[in-house]
Structures are given as structure tokens and as C-alpha cells.
Design a protein around this ligand. Structure first.
Ligand code: NAD
Ligand code: TYD
Length: 398
């Protein structure tokens, strides 16, 4: 099993690399990553020592480089995580999102097609070598935004087949609306980021229809967990709480996201890669909706509790423990075109492949916060340099 994993120095790709090395002793992995501000070799430093891993620094848009990789290695699976992934940055500078997310995807598809096809059938379609697959890691943001029907979360009525999704949870899941994203929801992206991811998905699908290319697409809800870059909501809030800085909440803080622990996502991706039907889209998420403001409050209270109960952690604080309170919350100008609600219906992956989100949110968020407390060196390393400039520009005055 020879994987080409792109973007594996970033948040989800790195977690995926760690997962497959643990799960598949016989795998070999070529990592291709441009090491943008979001990619960091420190994140995968242990994996780079593994003889099964080869790291190549480069851009997925680079034809010569990607061609060379396919020429030198008999790649079985391409798993494409490489992307510009932050909505706020896409609002400031859409161009690079279109280049990396769309043209980069096209380049990978072209090279995979070139090296995986071994002739043509009687109708002129390429014939692909057995066992090859291209998996595009996509997002639920391609579906656009759902209505937020209720101001207060209500208990969800789940059908029998997806009861497994919530097995083990102490409380029944709640949500903020009646509708969910399914694989059949029309694509309706609303930010430059999601528009670029949608275009990439459509290209992948077009290669399936036009060339019978062996592909799968996964669309996931918001991830959280270790190695999450502190420009996204949860790691940014953890970092700012520890520093006693203001916590910038966009608008009223009532936008809803559906949170999934990154390791559960990685498991879902690998399952789709090996067991998913060719040409299919699988949504990955698990009835874990919450309003942003509640997430921020939970981060504050969890950190305050850990600090009080386990004073040894207080050494990472850059502020007095007494400053860690909801008083840090500051409401700032809303994001342009801010999507109101994301919520995934994972029935397909649950019923077809037996996947379910194993990590309850209360456990996942505590594990994540503890990871950040133990890994301040990583945080300091990834936020040195360009990050400071970005933060000043993005949150000036707050
Ligand atoms: P990330 O921003 O943390 O990491 C992206 C990685 O891609 C980095 O290592 C970066 O260096 C690399 N990269 C960027 N441009 C590149 C290029 N042109 N060539 C090669 N490498 C390049 O992103 P993430 O949060 O890990 O997301 C990974 C994928 O999952 C993305 O495709 C994203 O759209 C998708 N996704 C993310 C989430 C989420 O909650 N983070 C949810 C659903 C889907
Ligand atoms: P983010 O982590 O950027 O993910 P996405 O926009 O892809 O869902 O943001 C999650 C939610 O948190 C989103 O509704 C925007 C909001 N948010 C804030 O309120 N403040 C912040 O500083 C950030 C980064 C996000």
C-alpha cells in the first residue's frame, strides 16, 4: 500500500499520517507538502523518522514534481488534504485558494490518471490499474449554510439506523434546526474558500464521469483536536485564554458548527479509502452541533477548572488565574457572509461502512485542551513569524 498524502504537515493531514502509520504496518507514505504558514515539520517530526515515510517539500500545482513522484513511486492511493483552509483568509485573498484548491487538485488528478491508466476500453474510456484510488478530502461547507430554526437547541429525533452514532453519549444529541446536509444536498458554497473546495469536488466528479477515474470524496464538518492551527476558533480561544487576551467572537456568537474530533475524521477517511464505493461521496460528522459562544464558554470553564484542580499546569499561564473568566469574551464585527449553521447527517457512512464518531465532545474537548497545555512548545513554534502579523491585521483593536 503506497500512499501519496498531500498536506500532511497540516492539522488533519498530520493526524491522518499518524493514524495510518499506526494502523497499517505494511504501508509506505510519500508526504507532499508546501509548508505554508499552516504546515509545520515539528507536527510530524516523529513520523519523519519512520523508514516508511518520505517527505517531499513542494506544491501540488507543480506538474514536474508531481509527475516525478508518480514516476519514481508506484502510488496506490492519493489522499489530498493540501489546501488553503481558512475562511477568513479566503475573504482577504481569494486568489491563492483558487490556485491551490482547484488547480492543485486538477494537477493531482491529471498525474494520477496518466500513471494509473493502462489503455482504453472499446468506448474510449481509460482502463485503470486495479486497486488505485484518489480520495478528495472535502468539507460540508460546499453545501452552503443551513437554516437555524431554533434559538435554543432541541432534542434531535434520529432514525434507528443512526442510533449507533450517539451510542455511549450520556445525553441525547440536540440541534438547532430541522434540516441536515446529506450527500444529495445541492452544492451552494458561500465563501471563496468553500467555492474553491466545491470547484475541486466538481472536478473530481468530472474525472469520474469523463474518464471513469477511481475516486471518492469525503465531506466533513468542523474538526478539532491536537495540532490545530491557532487561527481557527477552538485553538485560538485556548491560546488567548492562556495568555489572558480578549476572545474575539464574531457577531452574536450564535452561529452553529457541527464539531468532530479529528481522530474520528481520520478513521472515516481511511475507511472510505479502503471500503467506500468508487465514485461516491461520504459525509462525515456526528450530531454535535453547538453555537460558537457556548464553545468559547466551555473552553474558558474547562481551562479554569484544570488550572484550579491541577496547579502544575499554571506554569503555562501568561496571565493570573483570576483573569480566566467570561469577562475575556469580546464581540467583534461579524465575518462577511457568515454561514449560520452547518450540520451533517452521516447516515450513509454509518450504515454502509459502520463508521461512527467515537469521541464524545466533552471528552474530546478536554483531551484537546490538555494537549495544548502539554504542547506549548508547538504552539510557540507555529505562531512565531507570520502569525503575529496576521493576528494584528485580523483582530486589530480587539
Ligand atoms: P491546514 O490548513 O491545517 O493544512 C493544510 C496543509 O496543506 C498544510 O500543511 C499546508 O502547508 C499544505 N498546503 C497548502 N497549500 C499547499 C500546496 N499548494 N501544495 C502542497 N501543500 C500545500 O488544513 P486542515 O484543517 O488540516 O484541512 C485539511 C483538508 O481538510 C483541507 O482540504 C480542508 O479543506 C479539509 N477540511 C478541513 C476541516 C477542518 O475543520 N479543518 C473540515 C473539513 C474539511
Ligand atoms: P473557524 O474555526 O474559522 O471554522 P469555519 O469558519 O470553517 O467554520 O470558525 C468556526 C466558527 O467560529 C465560525 O462560525 C466563525 C467563528 N469564529 C469566531 O467567532 N471568532 C474567531 O476568532 C474565529 C477564528 C472564528
Amino acid at each position: 500500500m503506497r500512499y501519496l498524502v498531500t498536506g500532511a504537515a497540516g492539522f488533519i493531514g498530520a493526524n491522518y499520517l499518524k493514524y495510518i502509520l499506526k494502523m497499517h504496518s505494511n504501508c509506505e507514505v510519500i508526504v507532499l507538502d508546501k509548508l505554508t504558514y499552516a504546515g509545520n515539520l515539528l507536527t510530524i517530526q516523529e513520523e519523519l523518522k519512520d523508514s516508511r515515510v518520505k517527505f517531499i517539500k513542494g506544491d501540488i500545482q507543480n506538474k514536474e514534481l508531481v509527475e516525478n513522484i508518480f514516476m519514481r513511486h508506484d502510488i496506490d492511493y492519493v489522499v489530498n488534504f493540501a489546501a488553503e483552509s481558512h475562511v477568513d483568509r479566503s475573504i482577504e485573498n481569494p486568489q491563492i485558494f483558487l490556485e491551490t484548491n482547484i488547480l492543485g487538485t486538477q494537477n493531482l488528478l491529471d498525474m494520477a490518471k496518466k500513471f494509473w491508466s493502462i489503455g482504453k476500453d472499446e468506448k474510449g474510456y481509460p482502463i485503470f490499474k486495479q486497486g488505485k484510488k484518489y480520495l478528495q478530502v472535502s468539507t460540508d461547507e460546499v453545501y452552503g449554510s443551513l437554516e437555524k430554526d431554533w434559538a435554543v437547541a432541541q432534542e434531535l429525533i434520529l432514525n434507528e439506523s443512526v442510533r449507533k452514532v450517539i451510542s455511549g453519549r450520556k445525553t441525547l444529541p440536540t440541534g438547532y434546526g430541522e434540516s441536515f446536509f446529506t450527500e444529495n444536498t445541492p452544492l451552494s458554497p458561500r465563501s471563496p474558500y468553500s467555492a474553491s473546495k466545491t470547484a475541486a469536488d466538481m472536478l473530481v466528479k468530472a474525472y469520474e464521469d469523463t474518464y471513469h477515474m477511481p475516486i471518492s470524496i469525503t465531506r466533513c464538518s468542523n474538526n478539532y483536536g491536537p495540532y490545530h492551527f491557532p487561527e481557527k476558533l477552538i485553538p485560538l480561544m485556548i491560546k488567548n485564554v492562556l495568555e489572558g487576551k480578549k476572545l474575539p467572537v464574531y457577531g452574536k456568537g450564535d452561529n452553529v458548527r457541527d464539531w468532530l474530533y479529528v481522530k474520528d475524521h481520520c478513521k472515516g477517511i481511511d475507511l472510505v479509502l479502503h471500503k467506500g464505493r468508487l465514485g461516491e461521496v461520504y459525509n462525515i460528522g456526528g450530531f454535535n452541533e453547538e453555537q460558537n459562544i457556548e464553545i468559547v464558554k466551555l473552553v474558558i470553564s474547562t481551562i479554569a477548572r484544570i488550572m484550579r484542580d491541577e496547579p502544575r499546569h499554571q506554569k503555562v499561564l501568561k496571565t493570573e488565574l483570576s483573569n480566566i473568566s467570561e469577562g475575556l469574551i469580546t464581540y467583534v464585527q461579524d465575518r462577511l457572509g457568515h454561514d449560520a449553521r452547518y450540520a451533517i447527517d452521516p447516515t450513509k457512512i454509518v450504515t454502509e461502512l459502520g463508521w461512527y464518531p467515537e469521541t464524545p465532545f466533552v471528552e474530546g474537548i478536554e483531551q484537546t485542551i490538555r494537549w495544548y497545555l502539554e504542547n506549548q512548545e508547538w504552539v510557540n513554534s507555529v505562531t512565531s513569524g507570520e502569525y503575529q502579523k496576521y493576528y494584528e491585521q485580523m483582530y486589530q483593536g480587539s
